[in-house]
Design a protein around this ligand. Structure first.
Ligand code: 5AD
Ligand code: SF4
Length: 355
């Protein structure tokens, strides 16, 4: 019987299994946990890929500083404001401003001003989620005060040694600092999200099981996790991988179900990377326990430059078309898209009440 208090060995067993009966039980359990506690509701988060400029050099990511093979951009403020307005007009409820990691005053001020302006033009109705990397406590606080109430910072892996294998071993890429940032976000009362990269070279099922228990331990409000997708302009590209692409996809879907069972009241986003391996990937994740989906709002000419990994999907799908497809698919599952709703994580609501 798969239950909330899954132990590491049980998780490894599920992650390694091809047993159709077990996997059906996993999917059914995850979906019923989600349905019972959170209803048949799917929340929307419009993604704005604000900038592909990054000061870091993660070995798996196409946006890494040393990749000189593409043009970098930072979106104009006016464009971001137009996209925020569009999201508000289309009743998306929330947007995610995602960016490479920059710590300069210029960058942190730009985000601060954008937050202020977005809140103003949408009467504070549109919730803004930030995913702009590690920042100082002061910056996190400043952004919170300017209206960002949610933050996503993936840990990528909970194993410090593995972390060192997929990042340069220096002060800028410190595992301990990353954890510290997540703790600060929680302390500042951000709705806090993290997540992992699933199936990168050097990783095993046992590592992923440890990650899932780690995410539970962090007592997060939101999680976004997806399969590792190789990018040919990154150092990790030529590393031998234990997992085929199909295996990585299946691991990610299983991980979503397992986490839903372990953390019933959090928000789990269906990550974009799932669509690289299966055109139906993000919808499958919804059937397996995810409850948030993130349409991409970035205009085509910039979207094409935001290549974290090869074969990124959806670069030519317009928002309206995407929403229509989404509505049709979601209604086939008996679910509904919650327009106009922020989709605040139930776990967060409880956590804040308890403080
Ligand atoms: N495959 C999948 N996800 C990736 N990311 C970066 N590179 C890759 C990749 N090669 C994800 C990381 C990061 C987010 C911005 O994109 O998890 O947190
Ligand atoms: Fe930069 Fe994030 Fe990519 Fe690392 S994963 S190189 S911090 S964009």
């Amino acid at each position: 019987m798969i239950c909330e208090k899954l132990k590491k060995d049980e998780i490894v067993n599920i992650l390694s299994s091809d047993d159709k009966v077990l996997l059906k039980e996993l999917k059914d359990k995850a979906y019923s946990v989600k349905k019972e506690l959170l209803g048949q509701n799917i929340y929307l988060r419009g993604i704005i890929e604000y900038s592909n400029v990054c000061s870091k050099n993660c070995y798996y990511c196409g946006l890494r500083k040393d990749n000189l093979n593409f043009k970098r951009y930072i979106l104009d403020d006016d464009l971001v404001l137009d996209l925020a307005k569009l999201s508000h007009d289309k009743n998306l409820g929330s947007i995610l401003i995602q960016s490479g990691e920059l710590k300069s005053k210029e960058f942190t001020n730009k985000i601060y001003n954008l937050l202020k302006k977005i809140n103003k033009i949408t009467n504070e109705k549109l919730h803004v989620v930030l995913s702009c990397g590690e920042q100082s406590e002061d910056t996190f606080k400043k952004w919170f005060d300017a209206g960002a109430k949610r933050y996503l910072l993936r840990i990528e892996t909970s194993d410090e040694n593995l972390y060192k294998k997929i990042h340069p071993n220096d002060k800028t890429h410190s595992f301990k600092e990353r954890i510290k940032s997540i703790e600060i976000l929680k302390k500042l009362n951000y709705q806090t999200g993290s997540g992992i990269l699933i199936g990168f070279p050097g990783e095993t099922e046992s590592d992923i099981a440890k990650d899932l228990l780690f995410l539970k331990n962090l007592d997060l409000d939101m999680v976004g996790m997806g399969p590792y997708v190789e990018h040919d302009m990154t150092p990790l590209f030529n590393e031998k991988n234990k997992f085929s692409r199909a295996k990585r996809f299946n691991l990610a879907i299983k991980a979503i179900s397992i986490l839903r069972i372990m953390m019933p009241d959090i928000n789990i986003a269906s990550s974009t990377a799932l669509d690289v391996f299966n055109p139906n990937g993000r919808f499958l994740a919804l059937e397996h326990g995810a409850n948030v989906i993130m349409p991409n709002l970035t205009p085509l000419k910039f979207k094409e430059k935001y290549f974290l990994y090869d074969g990124k999907p959806g670069v030519d799908t317009m928002l309206d078309d995407y929403l229509k497809i989404l509505e049709d698919k979601v209604s086939l599952m008996g679910e509904k898209i919650c327009y106009k709703e922020h989709g605040t994580s139930l776990h967060f609501k409880k956590r804040i009440r308890e403080c």
